[in-house]
Design a protein around this ligand. Sequence first.
Ligand SMILES: CC(C)(COP(=O)(O)OP(=O)(O)OC[C@H]1O[C@@H](n2cnc3c(N)ncnc32)[C@H](O)[C@@H]1OP(=O)(O)O)[C@@H](O)C(=O)NCCC(=O)NCCS
Length: 204
Amino acid sequence: MEGGQGTKLDGKLGAKTEASWRSLSLDDIPSLISVADEIHADLPEDHEVFAERVKLFPEGCFALVDAKDDGLCGYAISHPIRRRHPPILNSLLGEIVPDADQYYIHDLAILPKAQGNGLAQECVQKLFDVAKKFPTTSLVSVYGTSSFWSRFGFLPPQDFDHTLEKKLLHYGDDATYLERKNHERQQLGEDRCDTEMGVGSGAS
Ligand SMILES: CC(C)(COP(=O)(O)OP(=O)(O)OC[C@H]1O[C@@H](n2cnc3c(N)ncnc32)[C@H](O)[C@@H]1OP(=O)(O)O)[C@@H](O)C(=O)NCCC(=O)NCCS
């Protein structure tokens, strides 16, 4: 599928290779766990949790693949949720709820050797293409990445709810819930119309 021609990498650790995004499959999960173990050592999630999301919403799951050895050097997991009901860490969803009204980015992780090459930004645009059917996209920012997400219009909601605050405890002390209106893409000059983006259907 998508992935383009690959991006020449000169990542933070100076490794030089090429990498591109493609769909994530169930066969990628063991490699994904290795990447997750390296990046999210303090926020571990089980194989079943990743596998379930790939099964339930494959169009929201991407793999970043090193062109040289086909190894996984990053991944993204996302799916629809009920607005402001992000799943707690390491929990199964059971289903994508039929009344889902918000898109949710569960995780975006890139190994240090591949960071700093615009690949996260490329992936976020792919996720927004999937998210565009929903009025808003949300995520739980960790590791002080709020300023990274703010580049894409993600902000803490003003009417923050305390039930949500409890859920965030699972994601560590620095976890911050962020939201963006998907129609902000339009304001950035992209060719989408309100009808297509579902604007006006209850966004925060
Ligand atoms: C956050 C992460 C995905 C960014 O990956 P990346 O490959 O460095 O990102 P990109 O190269 O696409 O960066 C795009 C832009 O965002 C900026 N940026 C990257 N990481 C940032 C951060 N942590 N805070 C603020 N800005 C950041 C880059 O400087 C770049 O800006 P520029 O276009 O002006 O040069 C990566 O650092 C990562 O996997 N971190 C560990 C896991 C993580 O924190 N995931 C998010 C959890 S919510």
